[in-house]
Design a protein around this ligand. Structure first.
Ligand code: PLP
Length: 443
């Protein structure tokens, strides 16, 4: 390895144990298709699509060229009171792809911004209908909705919340659907747990009153908190209760969008259409930061008609909303997904992937395996008194052996690019299984 010609100290790395990392760095310098290359020249198989985003694999020519060309043509255009063609085109493409009347797109630069935008839209929408007292936002324990104040408030990951004070004031949480006693080693949607949605009506609406509640936000399948697949009937129940009480249902599809579950979006696969839907990550195949918030026709129309003519309907936006390079990357990514039928491919590969990951069920320390589409969670028994330590060691050993996995707590997540081959699934799961056996022998 060439000696490093830069210092590691100045960059404060996100969601990273900085001191631990800087003592023994793991560095990627390039990537192509299913592999990263490290700074010491090793290839690492990408088992998590970068960070759940590089769904078509790395360095795709069509996407790279679209970004390069756009940078030369129109590098930037102001998005407030000015336009350029590309965000309109991306919005039309998304409208065509999404089920129901999720017909309008607002652009952001990340999943976190999409979530905060969606929450603000929900509040503004109710105000526009004369129900501005609807301020409560209902999230779920173990939900992850990004790192901004709104998303952390409705999110339910304790470590992400505890250092940051009171967060948003009018927020409550449904309980998590995670339940090992009833659902461990489920394949696809677990049979038990639809009744957990009743808590919305039985406790939350009873406590706060429906007339005060603006929206419920959930990830249809919770990714970052450990791959929690929704129980059969659970999302349908949430939809019904929200409809009954005039509460907006927001799906955070930042991970589940763009083929991850073997269909274009989770809402399509699971047959439950939200009122507002958050996207990011796969939208540009991870290449340029971009997010989107898709809104049903009724919500958009309400906002358009409530404001006086010639006034701004929603006082919200970002300098880089609909950035030309991001839009060019999005259009090219959507082309690649369609041309290579990657969402269908993910659906076809899913049974093979499912069998592969469930072959780890008997491995040392494994207390659950769960999956849907091309995403899986493998939960390990924590070392007593040292939560997260076991999974992190698995992560490090896997990296040394040439595969990239992700861990959250003591849960391992696999979410490979949708171009993964069957031999690469075998390599990914085989290497992980080998590491688990090795650690089983050592303990
Ligand atoms: C469901 C969900 N929402 C929001 C986010 C935040 O996205 P970003 O990191 O792009 O802000 C993530 C990131 O993993 C996510 O998984």
């Amino acid at each position: 390895m060439k000696p490093r010609d830069y210092d590691l100290d100045a960059f404060w790395m996100p969601f990273t144990a900085n001191r631990q990392f800087k003592a023994a760095p793991r560095m990627f310098v390039s990537a192509k298709d299913m592999h990263f290359t490290t700074d010491d020249g090793r290839e690492v198989l990408d088992g998590i699509a970068g960070l759940w985003c590089v769904n078509a694999g790395h360095g795709r020519k069509k996407i790279v060229e679209a970004i390069q060309q756009q940078a030369g043509l129109l590098d930037y255009a102001p998005p407030f009171q000015m336009g350029h063609p590309l965000p309109f085109k991306v919005a039309n493409r998304l409208k065509e792809m999404l089920p129901g009347d999720l017909d309008h797109a607002f652009f952001t630069n990340s999943g976190s911004e999409s979530v905060d935008t969606a929450l603000k839209m929900a509040l503004a929408y109710h105000r526009a209908r004369g129900e501005g007292q609807r301020r409560w936002l209902i999230g779920r324990e173990r939900g992850y909705h990004g790192g901004n104040f709104g998303g952390v408030s409705v999110g339910g990951m304790p470590a992400n919340r505890k250092a940051f004070g009171s967060l948003l004031p009018t927020v409550d949480h449904l309980q998590s659907t995670h339940n090992l006693e009833h659902n461990s080693f489920s394949r696809g949607q677990p049979a038990w747990g639809a009744e957990l949605a009743d808590e919305l009506e039985n406790r939350i609406i009873t406590l706060h009153d429906a007339s005060n509640i603006a929206a419920v936000i959930v990830e249809p399948l919770a990714g970052s908190a450990g791959v929690l697949v929704p129980p059969q009937g659970y999302l349908e129940k949430l939809r019904k209760i929200c409809d009954k009480h005039g509460i907006l249902l927001i799906f955070d599809e930042v991970i589940t969008g763009f083929g991850r579950l073997g269909a274009s979006f989770a809402c399509e696969k699971l047959g439950v259409i939200p009122d507002i839907l958050c996207l990011a990550k796969g939208l540009t195949n991870g290449s340029v930061p971009m997010g989107a918030v898709m809104v049903r026709k009724g919500v958009y129309d309400q906002m358009m008609t409530a404001a006086p003519q010639n006034t701004i309907e929603l006082f919200h936006g970002y300098t880089y909303s609909g950035h030309p390079l991001a839009c060019a990357a999005a259009l090219a990514s959507l082309d690649v997904f369609a041309e290579e039928q990657l969402f269908e491919r993910a659906g076809e590969l899913a049974p093979y992937f499912e069998d592969a990951v469930h072959s780890l069920s008997e491995s040392p320390h494994v207390i659950d395996v769960r999956n849907m589409g091309l995403v899986a969670g493998i939960e390990l028994e924590p070392i007593p008194g040292k939560p997260t330590a076991r999974a992190f060691e698995v992560f490090q050993r896997c990296y040394e052996k040439g595969i990239l996995i992700r861990t959250t707590g003591d849960i391992i997540a696999l979410s490979p690019p949708l171009i993964i081959s069957k031999p690469q699934i075998d390599e990914l799961v085989g290497t992980l299984g080998g590491v688990l056996r090795e650690m089983g022998r050592a303990s």
